[in-house]
Design a protein around this ligand. Structure first.
Ligand code: ADP
Length: 258
């Protein structure tokens, strides 16, 4: 450990025969995982509940170590990088992200030190710019009323936008998004994520897609079934494979997007 990260080069991640189980004797949450994510790719991760999507993300971010096999960043095992340095590469929005009873700007910066221009730009990008301008104290406006009498309440959809703004503000080479299942209606969700996907620019983006909303604009879809990666291809390829899991998942949800 302690080795320096490669400089500004675009990063490739490769999983080789990765396995993971939550505790001895537990079922394998992931097994036999082989997958390469190239710089700038957009990957949607799909599969039923409990299929291993979140576990995969947690291993990539090194919240857990693989029990077997290895994950390589630019050809080197991720365990051989300094953990804190490695984790700086990832900007992650989990479903249970928190918005705090703190000023708006601090929520976006995830810090008390706020670059105002940058925070405003990120809010603008996620469609919160006008709302921010109209707030009584702009970026210094407290969210919620717990800590300030003139704090403002925000909706679930707005909280989601703030979480996205926070991810953009961090400006890491990998953006990972665990899409919400409830805060937005499916059409608004599709609009927000396709826009976000453009904002991500040349970063690598990985979306855990519960309602498959991002699968259509991603380069590839990774489909997990009971801990195994069973399909990996474009939306168009997978949706034509009538024997595959993706076909069934997609058709079960297509009604949302008609
Ligand atoms: P998904 O994100 O696709 O819903 P997960 O990766 O969360 O799936 O879960 C994969 C498997 O691992 C499931 O069988 C789940 O019950 C199990 N699992 C997930 N998290 C834990 C945990 N913290 N402790 C024990 N088992 C877990």
């Amino acid at each position: 450990t302690g080795a320096l990260l490669p400089g500004e080069q675009p990063h490739t991640i490769e999983c080789r025969d990765v396995e993971f189980q939550y505790g001895d004797g537990a079922e394998f949450a992931l097994r036999g995982l082989n997958l390469t994510i190239r710089p700038g790719e957009r990957i949607a991760v799909a599969g039923e509940n409990g299929s291993g999507k979140t576990t995969f993300i947690k291993l990539l971010c090194r919240l857990y170590d693989a029990a077997a096999g290895e994950i390589l960043l630019d050809g080197k095992n991720i365990r051989d990088y300094d953990q804190a340095e490695y984790q700086k590469l990832f900007s992650v929005v989990f479903q249970d992200f928190q918005i705090f009873s703190l000023p708006l700007g601090e929520n976006v910066a995830a810090s008390a030190a706020v670059d105002g221009a940058k925070a405003r730009a990120c809010l603008e990008q996620v469609g919160f710019g006008l709302r921010c301008e109209k707030l009584p104290h702009g970026l210094e406006t407290y969210l919620y009323r717990d800590c300030s009498e003139d704090g403002v309440e925000i909706s679930g959809g707005e909280a989601q936008k703030l979480a996205l703004a926070r991810a953009l503000y961090k400006d890491a080479p990998f953006i990972i998004l665990d899409e919400p299942t409830a805060a937005l209606d499916p059409i608004a969700e599709f609009a927000l994520y396709s826009r976000f996907n453009e904002l991500v620019g040349d970063k690598t983006a990985i979306y855990i897609s519960h309602r498959l909303s991002s699968c259509r604009f991603c380069d590839k879809v990774a489909v997990f079934e009971r801990g195994r990666l069973t399909q990996f291809g474009t939306h168009e390829e997978l949706v034509r494979d009538e024997q595959g899991k993706y076909f069934a998942l997609w058709n079960a949800q297509a009604k949302y997007y008609v």
